[in-house]
Design a protein around this ligand. Structure first.
Ligand code: SIN
Ligand code: FE
Length: 320
C-alpha cells in the first residue's frame, strides 16, 4: 500500500525583506497527503496496512484514495448543479436522523431522489470507515452528509466563514467537548479537480496561536447556553479550538507564509481526514460530497497528535 509520509523537514524561513516588495515568496512546503490504493468502499486490509493507515490518520495526515470512485448514474448527475440549492446555504445537507435534505429546492419526487443519493453516499462512507478502522465502530456517530454543488472560488463570505483560508474545523454553536471530527470527502465533479491547501501539523500551528487565546469567563458557558448561542455549554476545549480557527483565518500573513502544500483531488477521488486536526482550505472545485462523523476520543489509539492532547501539553494542564 501507499508509503508512509510525514511532513517535510522544516525549511529555512524565507526572508521576505530581501525578496523585494512585489516578489511572491513560496512558503515552506509540507507533505501531509498519503495515497492508498483502496478501490472499494469496504476494502479488506492486511493488519500491517490497517495499523499504518490508522497511524497516519491519527497523526493528522490526509488519507487519499485516488481510485475510490462513487459513480452517479445519468439521472443523478443532474444534481451536480447549484440550481438545486436554495441559495441560503452553500451546501445541501442530510441529517443522520432525517429522511429529507435541507437547503435544496425542487419537486418532491426530485428531492426524494436527491435525498436517496446523499444517503447512499453516507452509507458508503460509513462502510469505508468501519472497514478501515473497525475499532472506531463502537465510538463512531454518523453526523451530517452534504452535497456541495457550487463553485468555491470567488464566493463572497465573511473572513470567519471563508474556507479558502487555512483553518481547523470548530463550530461556534455546536460544542463538541473533545469529540473528534472525522470527514470523508469525494470529488463528484466529472471534470474539475477540487483544489485544497493543507497546512502544517497541528502542534506547530497550536504552538504559534495558543498563547493568543484565552479561557472562558466564570459563568460564560452557562449564559451562552441559556441565550441559545450554543446548543450545550461550551467547554474550555471548544473555546480554545474556536479561537484557533478564527486566529488562523484572520491572519493573512500566516495564510501566505505558513508551511503548506496545494493538492488537487482529481475527479472521482476520495479522501479522509480529522478536520479538527489537519489545517485545510478549499480553494477551487465545483461538486463534492462530504460525510461527517463524530468520534469519541476513547477510540483513538495514539493521542500524541490529537488537538486535546496537544493543547493540554502546551497549557500544562488537562483541558476539558
Ligand atoms: C472545509 O471543510 O473547510 C471545506 C471543504 C471543501 O468544501 O472542500
Ligand atoms: Fe473546514
Amino acid at each position: 500500500m501507499g508509503s508512509m509520509q510525514g511532513f517535510a523537514p522544516a525549511q529555512q524561513p524565507v526572508r521576505e525583506e530581501c525578496a523585494g516588495e512585489s516578489a511572491v515568496v513560496a512558503p515552506p512546503s509540507v507533505d501531509m497527503v498519503v495515497p492508498w490504493p483502496v478501490r472499494e468502499w469496504a476494502p479488506a486490509l492486511t493488519a500491517t496496512e490497517a495499523i499504518a493507515m490508522r497511524a497516519a490518520l491519527e497523526r493528522g495526515n490526509v488519507l487519499h484514495f485516488p481510485s475510490l470512485d462513487f459513480p452517479l448514474n445519468t439521472r443523478e448527475r443532474r444534481f451536480l448543479d447549484a440550481c438545486w440549492s436554495d441559495g441560503k446555504t452553500k451546501n445541501i445537507n442530510l441529517r443522520a436522523d432525517e429522511a429529507t435534505v435541507r437547503g435544496a429546492v425542487g419537486a418532491p419526487a426530485d428531492l426524494r431522489e436527491l435525498s436517496a443519493l446523499i444517503r447512499r453516499y453516507a452509507d458508503a462512507a460509513e462502510r469505508l470507515v468501519l472497514a478501515l478502522f473497525p475499532d472506531y465502530g463502537p465510538h463512531l456517530k454518523r453526523a451530517g452528509t452534504s452535497l456541495r454543488p457550487a463553485e468555491i472560488a470567488g464566493r463572497s463570505v465573511s473572513w470567519r466563514k471563508d474556507d479558502t483560508r487555512l483553518h481547523v474545523d470548530a463550530f461556534p454553536s455546536n460544542p463538541l467537548h473533545g469529540q473528534r471530527l472525522l470527514r470523508v470527502f469525494h470529488n463528484v465533479d466529472p471534470d474539475a479537480p477540487r483544489i485544497w491547501r493543507i497546512g502544517e501539523p497541528f502542534a506547530h500551528f497550536a504552538k504559534r496561536f495558543l498563547p493568543k487565546t484565552r479561557g472562558m469567563l466564570p459563568g460564560q458557558p452557562w449564559w451562552m447556553h441559556k441565550l441559545h448561542i450554543t446548543k450545550r455549554p461550551r467547554s474550555d476545549y471548544d473555546h480554545r479550538m474556536l479561537q484557533l480557527h478564527d486566529l488562523a483565518k484572520a491572519d493573512l500573513q500566516y495564510q501566505r507564509s505558513a508551511p503548506q502544500q496545494t493538492f488537487a483531488f482529481a475527479p472521482g477521488a476520495t479522501w479522509m481526514v480529522f478536520s479538527d486536526q489537519a489545517l485545510h482550505a478549499a480553494m477551487r472545485g465545483r461538486a463534492m460530497m462530504e460525510q461527517t462523523f463524530y468520534l469519541d476520543p476513547a477510540a483513538i489509539a495514539d493521542h500524541t497528535h490529537s488537538p486535546e492532547a496537544v493543547l493540554s501539553r502546551l497549557l500544562g494542564r488537562p483541558l476539558r
